[in-house]
Design a protein around this ligand. Structure first.
Ligand code: ZN
Length: 82
């Protein structure tokens, strides 16, 4: 069992953590290194807008401010379900 998922967009530098956007009541997988928000399962050569988008762009698209008070981390265990 492996709960640590790293991000192919930043060359596996970053770990992907699930964040809950409080206002949207939605959980999203975000890379803590490059802020990629993953829309699909991880792939070797991800395409922007298809496989991932910037976390900030996502929030702004939903009318949510890019501010740490808007989200909270979800238990590490659930990250394996991305
Ligand atoms: Zn990344």
């Amino acid at each position: 069992m492996n709960n640590v998922i790293t991000c192919s967009r930043c060359n596996y530098q970053g770990q992907i953590k699930k964040l809950r956007i409080k206002r949207l009541e939605q959980e999203v997988p975000v890379c803590e290194e490059c802020d990629a928000l993953w829309l699909t399962p991880l792939r070797e050569e991800p395409v922007y807008g298809v496989d991932f988008i910037d976390f900030k762009s996502f929030l702004e698209g939903q009318g949510v401010k890019y501010d740490a008070s808007e989200w909270e981390p979800v238990d590490a265990g659930s990250a394996s379900k991305i």
